[in-house]
Structures are given as C-alpha cells and as structure tokens.
Design a binder for this molecule. Sequence first.
Ligand code: HAM
Length: 426
Amino acid sequence: MNINAPRGTQDILPGTSEKWQYVEGQLADLCRRYNYKEIRTPIFEHTELFQRGVGDSTDIVQKEMYTFEDRGERSITLRPEGTASVVRSYVQNKVYGLPNQPTKYFYMGPMFRYERPQQGRQRQFVQFGIEALGSDDPAIDAEVLALALNSYQELGLTSLKLVLNSLGDLESREAHREALVKHFGPHREELCADCQVRLDQNPLRVLDCKKDRDHPAMSTAPSILEYLNEYSENYFREVKKYLDEMGIAYEVDPNLVRGLDYYNHTAFEIMSEAEGFGAITTLSGGGRYTGLVQEVGGPETSGIGFAMSIERLLMALEAEGIELPIDEGLDTYMVALGEDAEKAAVRLTYELRKAGIQVDKDYLGKKMKAQFKAADRLHAKFVLVLGDQELENNVINVKTMDTGEQKEVSLDEIVDYMKKQLIGVE
Ligand code: HAM
C-alpha cells in the first residue's frame, strides 16, 4: 500500500529547497534593514483565538480551519494565518509595555487552510509576514507597503501591481455597511447562499464574492471611499502621500476588501501581472487592524502588517523567468583507493570539514573511475586523490576540475592549502 502526502501539501526536495533557503535568507535580510525582528509562535493555538481574531464570519473560520480536540479535550486549531498569533503573543508577553515602540516583527512558517487545492493554493503553505504594532502613523503603513513591494523587487520581479484601498474606521464602515444592506437588500434572493448570510453578518464581504461577481448590483454597489469620515479620509491621503514621496506606484481599488475581518483603514494586495502566472494573481495581502489587540485582551493598540506565501513568490519568479543565484556545486570530492588510503581519507575529510570546507566522498565502494564520475555529477570544484602510493609519500593529488590542472600537496599542508583555495585564508 502506498502512502502519499495529503492533498494540498508538498515535499520540498533538494534542487528546490535551495531556492527556499535563498529567498528566506533574502527576506530576513530585508527585514533586518527595515528593523523588523523575528518572532516564532506555536503552529497550533486555541481555536477561540482565530474565531475571535480572524472573525467568525470569514471563510477561514467557517470552512477552512484544521480544528481538532486534543487529548485534554481542548479545541485546538492549526494556525491558518500569523497575525492572530502574533497579537496573542504581544498581549500575553505584555510587549506593549516595553520601551522601543512600535513593535516590529516578522515571521516565516507553515500555515494551514482546508481549501480546494490548485496552483498557488495549498492546504499547507509557508507564509512570510510582518506586523508593526503600536503606531497610528500613516508613515508606518507606507513602510509596510514598501517592505512588501521590496521583498519582490529585490528578487528581481518587475510585473507587479500594488492595489490599495481604505476600509475607513468603525464609523465610516458602519455608514458603508448600512448603504450596502440597502443596496443589496432588494437583490437578496438573487445572491448566493453565502452572500445572503454575509449580508446579515458582514455585507462588505459580498463585494468579494466569486460566485456573484457578475451580478449587475455589484458594479453599482456603494464604494467605501464615499463613506469615509474626515479622519479616515485624511489617514488615507497621508498614506498615499508617503507612497508618492517614495515613488511607489499604486492603484486605488474601492472594491478591494480582504478576506479577514480585522481590517480598517489601509488594505492592500500585491498582484503579479506576469504572463502565465496562473489564475490566482494575488501574491500577498495585508492591512491595518485596530480591534484585534483588544479582542485578545490587550489595551487599545493598532497594528498593520501583511503576509505572502513563499509558494506564490516562487511561482512568480518562475513566471518571470528569474534564475536565483544558487550554487548547487560541491567544493571538494575525496577520491580514495586502497585500504589504508580509505582510512586516511575518512580522517582527512573530517579534518577538512572541521576547517570549514565542503567535502564529500564515496560510500559505495566505487572504483577510481566511477568516483571521478560521481565528482563530475556533483560538479565538484576540486578532486583530492589519495592512493596507497600517495599515502606512502605523505602527499595528496589535487585536481582543479575546470582547468584539469593537477598538483601534489603535502598531507601536512592540505587543509591550509584547500582553505586558501576555497575560502581565501590560510
Ligand atoms: P491572507 O490574504 O489570508 O492574509 O493571506 C496572505 C497571503 O498568504 C496570500 O496573499 C497568499 O500569498 C498566501 N496564501 C493564503 N492562502 C494560501 C493558500 N491556501 N496557499 C498558498 N498561499 C496562500 C493573511 O493571512 C493576513 N494574516 C495578512 C496580514 C498580516 N494582515 C495583516 N497582517
């Protein structure tokens, strides 16, 4: 009986895992420059956190969570996103009381959603995200947007579109909500079953419905931008001003509503415009949230953040034909022939590795020629050849693979010699 990985999950094998390591390293470095520090939270949390944090009326909570009862009969959920956990940790550890506010975090790790798998949509995926908590300055919204965009640009992507909206504050959203109910009310029966519920629970989400997208009432729906009060309008204007200041292009889309309940003011998504990217064009999304910290028991504090999946980032790199600078070669391959030479080769391999040099050797009892072939296949830069004869003379043969040049080096000096060749130090 074959057992395969569950649907919507994937194995990341060597050849691909190097790409993951590379982009993860680049993203961590970008965060260092923007001064966002890494936070690692548990992969599972109490279910209630997401019900309250992400919102009961969202698709995530209603249909997509991996929820189970643990042996202590507690309801546990594999995290579907990172923001709720970060906020929970911020409150639990009373981070809001520390000096050096705002608090700026980044995270990277697996998230779980029971969705219908397709290209770019998985049941386990890895999110990279950031959260900045404790500042209401529109400049930090612009900072988050800039970091989000930079994370793609730094890797060489160019076919990007930043789509921006303001969902306003509570007062503005209430006014808009009323207008939406009034607008869609007469069409209630024509809308899908989900939208009929949304109309009561969270009418804004009707605008995001895939099924009712072409309903005539959609194109005439009242725009949130017409319902922004003065504070919200000013806030949005300031965010745009800072983006203009940085020379960051964006498109305002009043129909951009996000799939999570906690947003207000700034909401945004970054889309790929690359040909062949696939049906799902959203690379990442985020926005400002105000009630979330209070919802999990903290003081009134607002935050802003965004998240992307590494899977979609890699898809975009592929669609734009960007090769990452990944060295898949091997520095040194040790070829040994003869019983004593083999013993010495094991010791020397160990010494070289301790000295910081990447080395591999044969473990299949291959003949000399086959060992050379293996070195070739692994794209070794140097091959060290040790036979019983060399051992007797206390030397080893160093072959530089791209020039074919060979050199005999004393066994006493080989570690330093290789360090000089590969690391540039003695
Ligand atoms: P989200 O829009 O639900 O927002 O997800 C953000 C990103 O995660 C998406 O744009 C996409 O790149 C990726 N993603 C989501 N679901 C999947 C999936 N099933 N397969 C592959 N990738 C996926 C959030 O999660 C918010 N926590 C973002 C945020 C942070 N807002 C404020 N701070």
